[in-house]
Design a protein around this ligand. Structure first.
Ligand code: 13P
Ligand code: SF4
Length: 324
């Protein structure tokens, strides 16, 4: 008699390109437990494009960039949302679902951009530039969002800036995103000095070396990369835009100048595309594991709580963005 296969077994087909067979058995128990816990608790897992393939392809219900995760969080009917991503993403989900349980599996899953600015800093900017609207990247705390007029993501930053119909805006806190958007619009953009510790490490020399080593390679860069990197790339866009680009154009060879798991996750969908993989790991995204997601669902940890007054003001900035 053949033993019953664990329910995770068939999922290996999805990820066999990026997870060696020797590693798979270590994931099976947690995957089975998470699938059962989701049913028991009427929970959904929202996973960012930078989550590892065993999370992204085997337990997540909704995947995408920060904008898609915010939109889908606003639509879900589940009782519990587990955010497989970083803390600001879980806060955004909570802002949009004040009555639901929102869990972040690791409280230390932060973000160098969110850490680069405080609510006091935003108040000072407003005093210094009275009347200039403040556009805040979603990679910020709820307290910073609460001081802002509207949020943006890398997927809609230009559209948000232009929607305000003014000649000048403040865009916080990512200096490079602000400069990359400024290069594409007539609106004057005042920037802050925050940087993503993952994307600031790419350089134009990296791209030139790649082009020499892999002739014909298509280079896609996230707009958190420095402007001279974006200028050397063939395309720049949010993680979802990069993924769509590969799906639409099917380049023979591609490199994604972004976090490492992104290439793995997209490669699974496009086995015919050759992914060249210099990449940088985000240590914050990597704090989320199958084990921490399982513990989150088993122990109801760590529940995101936001002061209701502050949440009301921060929600306004996120909802204004979602309305555009
Ligand atoms: P996206 O909105 O493009 O997914 O970016 C989020 C992020 O943290 C990139 O570093
Ligand atoms: Fe923050 Fe950069 Fe990590 Fe994205 S990749 S979560 S911007 S540190």
């Amino acid at each position: 008699m053949t033993a019953a296969l664990p329910s995770a077994a068939h999922l290996y087909e999805r990820v066999r390109m990026v997870i060696p067979p020797i590693e798979w058995p270590a994931f099976v128990d947690d995957i089975d437990a998470i699938l059962a816990l989701k049913r028991e608790r009427n929970a959904v897992i929202l996973a960012h494009n930078y989550q590892t393939p065993e999370i992204f392809h085997c337990v997540a219900d909704i995947v995408g960039d920060s904008l898609a995760l915010a939109r889908k969080a606003a639509e879900t009917e589940a009782d519990v949302i587990v955010l497989a991503g970083v803390h600001f993403m879980a806060e955004t989900a909570k802002l949009l679902n004040p009555d639901k349980t929102v869990l972040i599996p690791d409280l230390d899953a932060g973000c160098s951009l969110a850490d680069s600015i405080t609510a006091d800093d935003v108040r000072l900017m407003r005093q210094r530039y009275p009347g200039v609207p403040i556009v805040t990247y979603v990679n910020t705390s709820a307290a910073v969002k609460a001081e802002s007029d509207i949020c943006c993501t890398s997927g809609n930053a230009k559209a948000i800036v232009e929607s305000l119909g003014v000649p000048r805006v403040i865009m916080l806190p990512d200096e490079y995103l602000a400069k990359n958007v400024a290069a594409e619009t007539d609106v004057e953009i005042l920037a802050w000095k925050g940087h993503c510790e993952v994307h600031e490490r790419f350089s134009p020399a990296d791209i030139r070396e790649l082009r020499e080593a892999h002739p014909g390679v298509t280079v896609l860069a996230h707009p958190e990369c420095p402007p001279d990197v974006v200028a050397e790339a063939d395309f720049s866009g949010s993680t979802a835009a990069m993924s769509d680009y590969v799906a639409r154009k099917k380049p023979a060879r591609v490199v994604l100048m972004t976090e490492c798991s992104m290439s793995d996750n997209v490669a699974v969908e496009h086995p015919e595309v050759d992914f060249i993989r210099p990449c940088n790991l985000c240590p914050h995204m990597k704090r989320i594991t199958l084990a921490s997601i399982r513990a989150a669902l088993e122990e109801n940890q760590h529940e995101v709580q936001i002061d209701p007054w502050l949440a009301g003001r921060a929600r306004r900035a996120v909802e204004r963005m979602l309305a555009i």
